[in-house]
Design a protein around this ligand. Structure first.
Ligand code: SAH
Length: 366
């Protein structure tokens, strides 16, 4: 592939209106947008040439201007709990990770057919949370809308099953890639696109208050998860530098705005780190905070990251923390983890790079 081919936009990153504009600009009728989208998202063809109800000239023009598939599957790892991690190679040679978490009867009941995909929004991350693997090698670039949508199509192609639940909890800070994120979720949600209902889409953020307020303006009933990890500025600031920019009170102003627009409960993600944020006092303050915005809390025992000093508290401390929340009237769960053994659990996703020996972990930052 030469450079000009590599920089072609992915066809699955265009919305219906973009297709109508592109097609009518070439003298084609607007209804062809529906035909193109049908080939891309229903029939999932592997070449523009296979779009047989379009003229040969139009198929050639499409191939000239767009890339069909923005991702190449590099490796795949299974986990003993059936979580699967995919490593995808982007057109510029960068890598991202996507994790498929199949239904768990233990979590969701015997008949659950919930298949969750955890997608990345950026290559690397700039937010430098002290406990997280994703930011260790720094920030490289935003994913475009097609690269976000492509993670779902590829995971469905490889796995042979439809994804029906999506969480933006892979690599990157989704709200720092706002324009591409919102474009991607419109494509993911649309009937002419991937067709996953808005209530099955969760955006997770480290707490970018102004962008939360902006996202609240989007008409879809998407869900919001906040990576809180500390109930006071003092604790949160130690582990999440973003808290200096948007302290907890500022974050909660944004959450009140969100609540006024959306009907679904906000989720607080709270990883329990031994001796850092697991005190009874933090639990009590967290309970008050959660009540103030009617949030539910997901407690996640910290997953060890090689090269980082943190660890999880003993189970009895985890359970005591949970009890404080519950007796404070807060809906809370202690997460049973998935994918720990393949480093695909939350916060273990890390940029990979290719060397002559194959795929290796990116070097740790000093
Ligand atoms: N930047 C966004 C999206 C990433 S979500 C955000 O922060 O929400 C990834 C989730 O995994 C976040 O809740 C993050 O705080 C959590 N996480 C990061 N490192 C972790 C670790 N080592 N163990 C458990 N959870 C971790």
């Amino acid at each position: 592939m030469n450079d000009s081919q590599q920089s072609k936009p992915p066809a699955i990153g265009l919305e219906k209106d973009d297709w109508i504009a592109w097609l009518t600009g070439r003298g084609e009728p607007a209804f062809r947008a529906g035909q193109v989208l049908d080939w891309l998202f229903r029939k999932r063809v592997d070449s523009f040439n296979a779009m047989t109800n379009l003229s040969a000239g139009l198929r050639a023009a499409l191939a000239e201007e767009f890339r069909l598939n923005p991702l190449e599957s590099a490796t795949q790892q299974g986990s003993t709990d059936t979580t699967r991690k995919f490593l995808f190679r982007l057109h510029d040679g960068r890598y991202i990770e996507t994790v498929l978490i199949p239904a768990s009867p233990a979590l969701y009941g015997e008949n659950s057919d919930r298949r969750t995909l955890c997608v990345s929004s950026q290559v690397g991350c700039a937010y430098d949370c002290k406990f997280c693997a994703s930011g260790l090698a720094g920030f490289t670039r935003n994913l475009d809308a097609g690269e976000i949508v492509g993670q779902i199509l590829e995971a469905e192609r490889i796995g042979g099953e439809r994804i029906n639940n999506l969480v933006f909890m892979g690599m990157g800070e989704p709200l720092a890639n706002f324009r591409n994120l919102t474009k991607a979720i419109r494509i993911i949600n649309a009937d002419w696109g991937v067709g996953i209902g808005a209530r099955h889409l969760t955006i997770s953020t480290s707490g970018l208050a102004p962008q939360i307020e902006k996202l609240a303006e989007e008409p879809m009933q998407i869900r919001l998860a906040i990576s809180l990890h500390g109930a006071t500025d003092e604790v949160r600031e130690k582990i999440m530098p973003v808290n200096r920019k948007y302290p907890i009170d500022r974050l909660f102003e944004a959450l009140q705005i969100w609540r006024a627009k959306k009907s679904q409960k906000i989720t607080f993600e709270y990883i329990l780190i031994d001796g850092v944020n697991d005190s009874r006092q933090q639990a009590e303050i967290l309970a008050r905070r959660a009540r103030s915005v009617h949030a539910k809390v997901n407690l996640i025992p910290y997953n060890t990251v090689e090269g980082l000093p943190w660890s999880r508290p003993p189970v009895r401390v985890q359970e005591a923390f949970l009890d404080v929340l519950k007796s404070g009237g807060v809906q809370a769960t202690l997460r049973r983890e998935k994918g720990h053994d393949i480093a695909a659990a939350c916060g273990q996703l890390r940029l990979k790079q290719e060397t002559e020996e194959g795929i290796v972990e990116a070097p740790l930052k000093d």
